[in-house]
Design a protein around this ligand. Structure first.
Ligand code: AMP
Length: 311
């Protein structure tokens, strides 16, 4: 089942302890689309400015991403984000966010983008997420991501957007911020009461947890010796997770399927952080992903070995 995604399409300037890059191709929708393209056809919706070139579009074209709903706004500037990481790659500082062409953008989806049965509302203003959601009223699986900025600046709109989705994918700290609950599990259970059936809490280098009405699952991040740039890991995880679900559209959304989707999201995200920006995913192959999923399975399974325990 094809996937439509709306979210930031960006230039990112990033500093990590391992180097610095200026105005790389980035954005939540871009990282998501490149990852999900290993599973299904992906259609990206969103605006870019005159500064966005063919080189950037080619990165998406080469992965077979449908870019016909990327609208170039005359005289506009592409969304820009600047961030800095210290040695703790789990926390980052946002130094600049310029919405550019996203300010006042009104999405007009083509017939093919409206026909997708899977929708990912990647991180962007919740009003915009809702406008896109309204154009795919019959989508069979809708997932949403957001961030602290929108929880603070547009909480009401974000809560309405979440209520219209099947799945919420959010950083653990943001899930706590959104619900005011200290326990991640309690926070996820609270959001399940708002409408979604599936909650994924992203925990950066510690992995991700899945909560459904009657299930819980957790995976660590894939162990890596070298992490260069974590930017986009969350969106790449979402691309693998949602992509896997879209590719198994004929099956019920069982906890077993969701666990497999978690493994694929985790594997994809681990590649993303090995190089700056989208570089690693640009030269990634399907067999490499499959191998990492197999390794992840070996790392995380253990046998039940009952023994008598003392009191
Ligand atoms: P992640 O590391 O997966 O959380 O996402 C990083 C991506 O999010 C970067 O490529 C940024 O361009 C994008 N981003 C940063 N801030 C925002 C924002 N306020 N709204 C939408 N996208 C953003």
């Amino acid at each position: 089942m094809a996937i439509t995604v709306v979210g930031s399409i960006a230039f990112d300037s990033v500093t990590t302890p391992f180097g610095e890059r200026q105005r790389m191709l980035g954005g939540a929708a871009v990282h998501f689309a490149l990852a999900a393209s290993f599973f299904e056809e992906v259609r990206v919706v969103g605006p870019v400015g005159e500064d966005f070139g063919e080189t950037e579009l080619d990165v998406m074209r080469h992965r077979g991403v449908d870019i016909s709903d990327i609208e170039r706004i005359p005289g506009g500037r592409t969304f820009f984000w600047r961030g800095k990481y210290g040695w703790d790659l789990n926390s980052r500082e946002t130094l600049d966010t310029q919405l550019g062409v996203f300010e006042g953008f009104q999405p007009k989806l083509s017939e093919s983008s409206r026909a997708s049965e899977v929708l990912f509302l990647a991180n962007i203003q919740p009003d915009l997420q809702r406008e896109v959601r309204a154009q795919l009223p019959d989508a069979r699986f809708v997932a949403l991501d957001s961030m602290n900025l929108w929880i603070e600046a547009a909480r009401d709109s974000l809560m309405k957007a979440i209520a219209q989705c099947h799945c919420l994918i959010l950083n653990d700290s943001e899930l706590r911020q959104l619900t005011g609950k200290a326990s991640l599990f309690a926070a996820a259970r609270e959001v399940l009461g708002w409408g979604p059936r599936v909650i994924v809490a992203k925990q950066g280098e510690y992995g991700a947890a899945l909560v459904t009405a009657d299930g819980f699952f957790s995976l660590p991040a894939f162990p890596l010796e070298s992490v260069v740039d974590p930017t986009g890991a969350g969106d790449t995880f979402a691309g693998g997770f949602v992509g896997y679900i879209a590719a198994h559209s004929g099956e019920a959304l069982s906890d077993e399927l969701l666990r497999q989707a978690m493994a694929h999201g985790t594997a994809l995200a681990s590649f993303n952080v090995e190089e700056f920006g989208t570089q690693r995913i640009e030269h990634l192959s399907g067999p490499e992903i499959a191998a990492r999923v197999r390794q992840l399975r070996e790392f995380t399974q253990f046998s039940a070995a009952p023994m008598p325990l003392g009191n």
